[in-house]
Design a protein around this ligand. Structure first.
Ligand code: NAD
Length: 352
């Protein structure tokens, strides 16, 4: 039995999460396992109901389940609230409370969507790599921090345990993939990066079957655009990962295609990387693939059933190969399908 807490959130969140739930129900029918899905309010939807973006009840439910599925939060209605009541603050809080220290973002190019990439088809064809970004440390959290009239300052600091735990996850993932891990830093300039590099290399002794190399972050940004196929698994700190995972995502096409996982020692949360898309909310136009692909990541990383993750990915690929396109990935003049039509087509492939 898998216990999943779903927090659809705002804007297109409920529409894309409904797609993911339909996929979960089909998988449950196919494989005969029980899936209990408990829905809780979060973000603006929760604020309107309870006066807070993240209630104790929602947080407690997230702590008690096997995995959390999140849609998206935020929208114009809640933008003028004070900072501590904003949806972003609730997102940071849920990640912190669940101890989610690793953010995983795959960059996978689907053959059917080669033309959606901003890069030439020949450059991106076959791209399939996974970025591990450290999420709870580094310069975004280091002390001291501040600014006055004449200067501003932040501190990039990493402790050994913080580097070890994310590097361990990345080595383990590389072991299950093509066995190649690249650690990205700026060790030619930053002592904290030299420390990061040392710790990753020490840990490598436990993972001799994985090929480890290092790359400076400036070079990595260039290489992802020049030859993305060279990467298998990347591990990097919070700041570098923030930037690199966005570059890696965008070469693959649309925001509507990109899943993510945030993983901690005891909890995990799966969500599309896109926001609540208020411009298309409530119109049955959103692409549900990013959220459905997040469910594939859930089966891979939380439930450790990679075969089911593969099944979901293959259903997505087959649906794209059949020509189904939501508006965000349709070529000019091409007919677009709705969120529910895309979902139904993927579910049909799963059932076949
Ligand atoms: P966005 O990702 O919501 O939208 C950017 C553009 O991409 C829009 O044109 C939108 O229509 C399109 N788009 C996004 N997802 C799509 C999908 N699944 N299918 C088709 N098109 C899609 O980013 P934004 O407009 O900068 O932010 C809108 C709101 O979402 C803001 O309130 C922001 O704070 C919030 N946000 C939330 C999260 C999150 O919940 N993790 C992340 C980013 C932004």
């Amino acid at each position: 039995m898998y216990k999943i807490v779903s927090i659809p959130g705002d804007g297109i969140g409920p529409e894309v999460v409904a797609g993911a739930v339909a996929v979960l129900q089909q998988l449950s029918r196919n494989h005969g396992f029980e899936i209990v899905i408990e829905e809780h309010p979060f973000g603006g939807a929760s604020y309107d109901l309870h006066g807070e973006m993240l209630t104790k009840a929602t947080l407690e439910a997230c702590k008690q389940c096997d995995a959390v599925l999140l849609g998206a939060v935020g929208g114009p209605k809640w933008e003028s609230l004070p900072h501590e009541h904003k949806p972003e603050a609730a997102l940071l809080k849920i990640r912190k409370e669940l101890g989610l220290f690793a953010n995983l973002r795959p960059a996978k190019v689907y053959d059917a969507l080669l033309d959606a990439s901003s890069l030439k088809a020949d450059v991106v064809r076959g791209t399939d790599f996974l970025v591990f970004r450290e999420l709870t440390g580094g310069i975004y959290f280091g002390q001291p921090r501040g600014f006055d009239e004449n200067k501003g300052w932040n501190t990039m600091v990493y402790e050994r345990y913080e580097v070890e735990r994310i590097a361990r996850l990345a080595f383990e993932a590389a072991r299950k993939r093509k066995g190649k891990l690249i650690s990205i830093d700026k060790a030619n300039v930053l002592e904290v990066s030299q420390f990061w590099r040392n710790v990753v290399h020490e840990l490598h002794k436990e993972f001799q079957d994985v090929e480890l190399s290092d790359m400076y972050v400036d070079n990595a940004a260039m290489q992802i655009v020049r030859n993305p196929k060279q990467f298998d698994v990347i591990v990097t700190g919070n700041l570098f990962g923030d930037i690199l995972s966005d570059i890696a995502g965008m070469i693959t096409g649309s925001l509507g295609m990109l899943p993510s996982a945030s993983i901690g020692t005891n909890h995990a949360l799966y969500e599309p990387i896109h926001g609540s898309a208020p411009d298309i909310a409530g119109q049955n136009k959103a692409n549900p693939i990013a959220t459905i692909a997040s469910v594939a990541m859930m089966f891979e990383h939380s439930f450790c059933v990679p075969e089911i993750a593969k099944e979901i990915e293959q259903a997505i690929e087959a649906t794209l190969a059949d020509g189904f396109r939501t508006a965000d990935i349709a070529a000019p003049g091409e007919k677009a399908v709705s969120t529910s039509e895309m979902t139904e087509a993927i579910v049909r492939h799963l059932g076949a």
